[in-house]
Design a binder for this molecule. Structure first.
Ligand code: TYD
Length: 135
């Protein structure tokens, strides 16, 4: 299994008025059914700490920076996201943790499905057993 997570680059139209960054197919490789933002993360906090059974996501640091730690049962990866034109693609059955947010950091998350708590695996031991095919 390849190491989890892949950085995708999006067009950035930059001029004297500011930056405009576009997220659309085919660079976004799934139909977007939900968008949410994470902001106001206090220093030292972490988010995530779960995997999704089906959901695919694209995480973008729209402002500031944060670290995403990924694991797929075989290997792990660490990405420091700090550019709004670079998104991290996270496939289904990937454990993720977001931490080391800079003050004012804003994460924009594009998701392939609407919210469904049944799609979450929140227990790490259960996740490892499932991703390794033990259960
Ligand atoms: P959660 O996914 O647990 O956050 P994190 O990614 O940091 O683990 O979500 C936090 C709360 O927000 C939880 O009560 C579920 C709710 N929520 C929704 O209702 N809809 C959503 O699309 C998301 C992402 C979360």
């Amino acid at each position: 299994m390849a190491a989890p997570g892949r950085i995708l680059t999006f067009p950035d139209f930059r001029d004297s008025r500011g930056d405009l960054i576009v997220f659309e197919p085919p660079t976004v490789p799934f139909d977007v059914r939900r968008v949410y933002i994470l902001r106001g993360a206090p220093e030292g906090s972490s988010r995530g700490g779960h995997a999704h059974r089906e959901l695919r996501q694209l995480i973008v640091a729209a402002e500031g920076a944060f670290t995403v730690w990924l694991e797929n049962g075989d290997s792990s990866s660490i990405f420091r996201l700090s550019s709004p034109s670079q998104g991290l693609l996270i496939e289904a059955m990937t454990w993720r943790e977001l931490r080391e947010f800079t003050p004012g950091a804003v994460a924009v998350v594009l998701a392939s499905e609407i919210y469904d708590e049944a799609d979450y695996i929140r227990d790490h031991e259960t996740y490892l057993r499932q991703v390794r095919g033990d259960i």
